[in-house]
Design a protein around this ligand. Structure first.
Ligand SMILES: [Mg+2]
Length: 377
């Protein structure tokens, strides 16, 4: 089934580039890349010649061709992010063409619904309690809090923040803490991270995310060994090959590849298969769009062991981009969409609105007023 063309959509003025593949059968497949917008568009424009005219059912062959062709052309960065969008769109279009869901094409779901956690930033810390309360009311049974000011202040101040979070969430809600160590000039080192990991153990935190700089394989191996709480990271790693040193050194308890960055659903699957052989859990990073969430739901449903889908609450590209918004069921889980492909329908009016209004999702971005030479304390 021939791909006759594609359309690039930019609903976020900084990140999240969407690809809509057009099939000769009149169906469309959607994918998303979490990348810097201009770089992703440039990568997609270069890759287009290798995708348009291809067979949409040949997902693995077409995707691997793109990986091979970009071997020395920016692999691992925006080029791989762009391939992620193409791969997700191929799965969606193939599923729609065959009348099967992506999870069925992946080999079948182990469950009809998947556990989910609501993800928010610590800031504004003044409203931390109210925002946790709102998430509980909405039905979330697991909540992740992250980034500034955690890990950027004293250990005692960090503990105060976690104490507040645990008090408002209650004992039955899972809490995860994300230090956000992929921020430029990250300061925490092994002993700082271990001190905080021990503290988090006192508050029954489910996992401690990105406590170290992403490239510190040795530090992560030591921390994973010593920490009383599970150590999770990997959201900035792309390509299956990047995970090998961490798996070999057991430098994580939980791997967090992102389908919209790491190479799409195909790469997620290969990373998960490798992780399983090393006794490492996979919980996708999903600070992206409704397309990324849908891909994660299908993917997570096919994992044989417990995992979660990350749900970035308040992000309009997650909450409002599709005609039937995601809703938690009575068990606080997300149902696996039954329809063909990803099982979602893009709300074209909303998409046009985002594109026209210059929407910016609440995600990390460089701050024009900040000094990035590492001198800021
Ligand atoms: Mg994170």
């Amino acid at each position: 089934m021939k791909i006759t063309g594609w359309t690039i959509h930019t609903p976020d003025r900084r990140f999240h580039v969407l690809v809509e593949l057009h099939g000769e059968n009149g169906l469309a497949g959607w994918g998303a890349a979490y990348s810097e917008r201009e770089q992703a568009i440039g990568a997609l424009r270069w890759l287009e010649r290798f995708v348009v005219g291809e067979n949409a059912l040949h997902i693995e062959r077409v995707t691997e061709k793109l990986h091979q062709l970009t071997f020395w052309l920016g692999r691992g960065g925006a080029m791989t992010h762009a391939i992620s969008a193409i791969n997700i769109a191929l799965w969606d279009l193939a599923g729609k063409t065959l009348g099967q869901s992506v999870s069925t094409l992946l080999g079948g779901s182990h469950r009809k619904s998947v556990p989910v956690y609501g993800s928010v930033l610590f800031r504004p810390v003044e409203t931390l309690e109210q925002r946790i309360e709102a998430m509980l009311t909405r039905g979330f049974r697991a909540i992740k809090l992250g980034w500034d000011p955690f890990g950027r202040q004293s250990a005692a101040e960090d503990e105060e923040l976690v104490k507040r979070a645990r008090r408002s969430a209650g004992d039955k809600t899972r809490i995860m803490i994300d230090a956000g160590g992929s921020e430029p000039f990250w300061k925490l080192r092994f002993k700082d991270a271990l001190e905080r990991a021990r503290m988090l153990g006192d508050y029954a935190v489910t996992w401690f995310e990105e406590p170290l700089q992403p490239d510190d394989v040795e530090g992560y191996a030591r921390l994973t060994d010593a920490s009383p709480v599970k150590i999770a990271h990997g959201e900035v790693l792309t390509r299956r090959q990047s995970f090998v040193p961490y798996f070999s050194a057991r430098a994580m308890d939980i791997a967090q590849p992102d389908a919209t960055k790491a190479g799409g659903v195909s790469e997620m699957r290969r990373i998960a298969w490798m992780a399983e052989q090393h006794g490492i859990q996979v919980v996708p990073h999903g600070w992206n769009t409704a397309i990324g969430v849908a891909a994660d739901i299908h993917f997570v449903s096919t994992l044989s062991e417990q995992s979660f889908v990350e749900f970035n609450t308040g992000n309009e590209l997650v909450e409002q981009l599709i005609t039937r918004p995601f809703a938690l069921n009575a068990d606080g889980e997300l149902e696996v969409p039954a329809g063909p492909g990803l099982g979602i329908e893009i709300d074209r009016d909303r998409l046009a609105h985002f594109e026209a209004s210059g929407y910016a999702s609440g995600t990390w971005a460089w701050d024009e007023n900040r000094d990035y030479d590492g001198s800021r304390e």
